[in-house]
Structures are given as structure tokens and as C-alpha cells.
Design a binder for this molecule. Structure first.
Ligand code: GH3
Ligand code: MG
Ligand code: MG
Ligand code: MG
Length: 312
């Protein structure tokens, strides 16, 4: 994996900010004891398509965040039960909100207070009063940046797919969910066949290109709700929601057929590549670990049986 170049990163972030629509669907939480004033800001945000909640009692903040984690938090400084800085410090302690941007909104002009707001991890400090639309713009920029960063942290650099760690998290979450709802879930592990010889014969660059082609084949063939990841070097993971083993087998088989019969053009000709896949469904195993184990065994069997096939 390559290191992040700070210059490229900031150029890319600026680009993201430019591309962001006027109508964005960020979810914003405003924490402010002055509910009436906060609602004025909230209304302006809603006009721009944001989903906005006002929490006026600091005792409700953590519960509200757990119920629906916001993309960004706007925090008043002076509140009767606790200061905004105190509430923010608590929010910063939880792993799930560690990176959620917190924008302080305050009439406080004391530089020391502004400094402590920054030092506990505040992302911005905005002085009240501020025009509601100016506030919306500041919030939109902060949230866009934070979402773009998060997306980059969670995705694989070569393909833009989810990376290994995030994929495992998602599978665990979805297994939990389907355990509750009873809806089926299928996991598929895909490994490109004889990829070493692709690299050896055609070079690493074309190897990388093959990985990208398979990534877009998967993206174009699956539903938006399905979860696709680059699981390892030339290995992919696919989580099919609301899909049982038979359906998953059909879906992956169709993709296998399409991929292995569509040679990949390159400057000197065409290159035929295939993959093997192992599929498991959650109805058999009881947790994410055994879901992975079963799919892995099936993949191994697909390789043993001659590759270019799907085994359930
Ligand atoms: P098999 O059919 O048994 O899977 O054979 P294989 O050659 O694909 O074997 P294996 O899965 O063990 O080898 C994977 C190879 O993929 C090894 C590694 O050099 C190569 N590889 C891993 N990541 C990348 C990558 O990001 N780019 C390129 N070009 N090659 C990669
Ligand atoms: Mg206040
Ligand atoms: Mg492999
Ligand atoms: Mg391989």
C-alpha cells in the first residue's frame, strides 16, 4: 500500500468539497440549551437537505448519538448542566464518534476557551451570532471533508472497494442484523486463478489492471446494497444481503461466467482470466467467523476441483 501524500490529499479534499452538491444529506446534531435559537439554525440546515436534530438537554446526548450517529455535531459552549467542552470530551472517548467533527458555536470570545475547545479535538469554532446560511456553509464543508476522509480510510486504494478491516466489521454487523430479522445472508470469497503467472507473464501493472477490471465487474453486477471488498491482494469478498445460498450461487456463477468469457484488452492483445469462488450462507454457521471459515473451505475446494468455478 502506498503512503498518503499530504499535498495530493489536500488537493483531493478541496476537489471533494467543490463537487459536493448544494443539497446534501448529512445528518447534523445540534447540542444547545437554547432550543428556539437552535431550531432557527436547524431549519436552515433542513432547507439544504440536511437531517438535523436539536438536543437541548446534555443528559440526552450520548443516547441520541448511539441511536443514530450524526455526521457532524454542532456544540454550544455554555449550557446549564455542563460546558460544551465537557460534553465534547465525553463524545471523543467513544470509538464510534472519535472522528465525528465537532463544531463549537458560541458567544465566547475568550481565546483561552477557544483554545481548550481546539485542544480537546474541536474541529471549528464559530462565533455567535452567525447568519444561519453562513453556518450551513461551514457545516457542509466540514461534513464533506470528514466523510471524504472516512471514505478514504475505509477503502482500498487500487479499487475504491471496502478494505479488509471494514469488510469484517460490516459482515459482523450484518450477521447480527440478520440474526435479529431472520433474513438470509450470503458471503462469497473470490480469488483470481493463476494470478502469479499473470504477473510473471504480463507484469505487475497489467496484474493491477486485472484487479481493477474484476472490481468494476463486481460493482456493475451486484446491487447497491451488496457489500464488496478487496479482501486481499487478488482476493475479493462479497456480502449479499437478503440472499440465500442458492440465490448467491446463481449470482456469483453469473458473474464468474461473464468475467471468464470477457477477455481483458491490453496494448498487445487480449488476456483471459478466471476466478474461483466459495460461497457460504449464514443459515448454516452461527457467527461471522464460521461464515468466513465455510466460504474459505468452499473456495479451497473450488481451486482443488480445477478453478474457474463456484462452490457452495
Ligand atoms: P491460485 O489459482 O491458486 O489462486 O493461483 P495464484 O497464482 O493466484 O496464487 P496466489 O493466490 O497464491 O497468488 C496471488 C498472487 O497475487 C501473489 C501476488 O504476487 C499477487 N498479488 C497480490 N496482490 C497484488 C496486487 O495488488 N497487484 C498485483 N499485480 N499482484 C498482486
Ligand atoms: Mg447556551
Ligand atoms: Mg490468493
Ligand atoms: Mg489466486
Amino acid at each position: 500500500s502506498s503512503a498518503i501524500n499530504p499535498v495530493e490529499l489536500s488537493a483531493w479534499l478541496i476537489d471533494c468539497e467543490r463537487k459536493a452538491d448544494d443539497k446534501t444529506h448529512f445528518s447534523v446534531m445540534i447540542v444547545d440549551d437554547d432550543e428556539i435559537a437552535a431550531e432557527v439554525y436547524a431549519e436552515a440546515m433542513r432547507e439544504f437537505g440536511m437531517v438535523c436534530r436539536v438536543i437541548s438537554d446534555v443528559d440526552d446526548v450520548i443516547e441520541a448519538i448511539d441511536a443514530a450517529p450524526p455526521d457532524i455535531i454542532v456544540m454550544d459552549m455554555q449550557m446549564p448542566k455542563a460546558t460544551g467542552i465537557e460534553v465534547a470530551s465525553v463524545i471523543r472517548q467513544s470509538r464510534s464518534t472519535l472522528a465525528t467533527p465537532i463544531v463549537f458555536l458560541s458567544a465566547e470570545r475568550d481565546l483561552d476557551v477557544q483554545f481548550s475547545a481546539r485542544s480537546i479535538g474541536g474541529d471549528d469554532f464559530i462565533s455567535k451570532p452567525i447568519n444561519a446560511y453562513k453556518l450551513v456553509e461551514r457545516i457542509r464543508m466540514r461534513a464533506t471533508r470528514a466523510l471524504a476522509l472516512r471514505q478514504m480510510m475505509e477503502s482500498d486504494g487500487l479499487t475504491g472497494l471496502l478494505n479488509h478491516a471494514r469488510f469484517k466489521d460490516r459482515v459482523e454487523k450484518e450477521v447480527e442484523r440478520s440474526r435479529r430479522t431472520g433474513s438470509p445472508l450470503a458471503l462469497c470469497l473470490i480469488d483470481i486463478d493463476h494470478f502469479k503467472s499473470v504477473n510473471d507473464t504480463y507484469g505487475h501493472q497489467l496484474g493491477d489492471h486485472v484487479i481493477q477490471v474484476l472490481a468494476s465487474t463486481l460493482r456493475n453486477s451486484l446491487r447497491r446494497t451488496d457489500v464488496i471488498a478487496r479482501y486481499g491482494g487478488e482476493e475479493f469478498g462479497v456480502l449479499l444481503l437478503d440472499t440465500d445460498l442458492d440465490q448467491a450461487n446463481l449470482v456469483i456463477e453469473r458473474i464468474r461466467e461473464r468475467f471468464s468469457t470477457s477477455p481483458i484488452p491490453y496494448e498487445k492483445g487480449e488476456l483471459s482470466v478466471s476466478f474461483s469462488a466459495g460461497v457460504s450462507s449464514w443459515a448454516m454457521p452461527r457467527d461471522a467467523a464460521s461464515l468466513f471459515k465455510t466460504a474459505d473451505v468452499a473456495l479451497y475446494q473450488a481451486k482443488r476441483n480445477g478453478r474457474d468455478r463456484v462452490v457452495t
